[in-house]
Design a protein around this ligand. Sequence first.
Ligand SMILES: [Zn+2]
Length: 281
Amino acid sequence: MLSPYRRHTKACGRKKRTDFKHCPCPIWVQGMVGTRKVRQALNLTAWTAAQKLIREWEAVGAVTGESVTVADAVAEFLADCEARKLKPGTMRRLRLLLEKHLVGWAGDNRIRFIAEFRLTDVREFRASWNGAAITAAKKLERLRGFFRFCVQSKWMTENPAADVKPPKIDAAPTLPFEEEEWQRTLAALDTYPDNKWRARLAKLFKLAKVEGGHPHRFRDTFAVGLLRAGVPLESVSILLGHSSVRVTEKHYSPWVKSRQAKLEEQVMGTWPDACRLRCEA
Ligand SMILES: [Zn+2]
């Protein structure tokens, strides 16, 4: 006959060994298995898992080491995470990955005990995930943490997830807006149906400490950017949807002028001698 009991930690503060239901302190067992006297830690904190293991020992008539089922290991790990007060979002993700996916997958693949998990199993489990590479990398990290816990609890000898490679994460490709896409976007500001966007933009400008941050300045920034980059006035005019080049010239005359000066400077830089001769003449 075996009886389990809890060894309460200082942090727990409970004293009675039979007060076992509501804390995560280590469960120990004492009594007889077959002809052997036993008094040892079960490396379990969940009461039902402990009872199940004890029943198994009694049925077999021996202390068996590798008897923690996948479901019990997961329950133990999650209880420990709860005790560590992990954030609700983290707990939710752990439950989904372990309680739902891992336990289900192990059942489908006839893996009953946690110690049966091999590297190849973890690889196959990983292959069953769909979703982005970045998500898979995070899942693998959680899975490693779970198996690490299992090794530390002595339910298995090595971490089967330790050498599983994370999926390769492709960096987002550089994809700037085409000039015309950008221009169409800016033009769409005028017909944008939500009448709150002006207020939102004003908030944004205020946060950025941009005075006089009127949405039209996007359009001006676009046009001046093009002119400064040396895009011909005719092209800028077409991109802005002006009826003629003259309209563009009128609107952006200071920048057209500064552009002209810059262009002349560049020309002079190309033939410095000729320019000096002309200036001296
Ligand atoms: Zn306790």
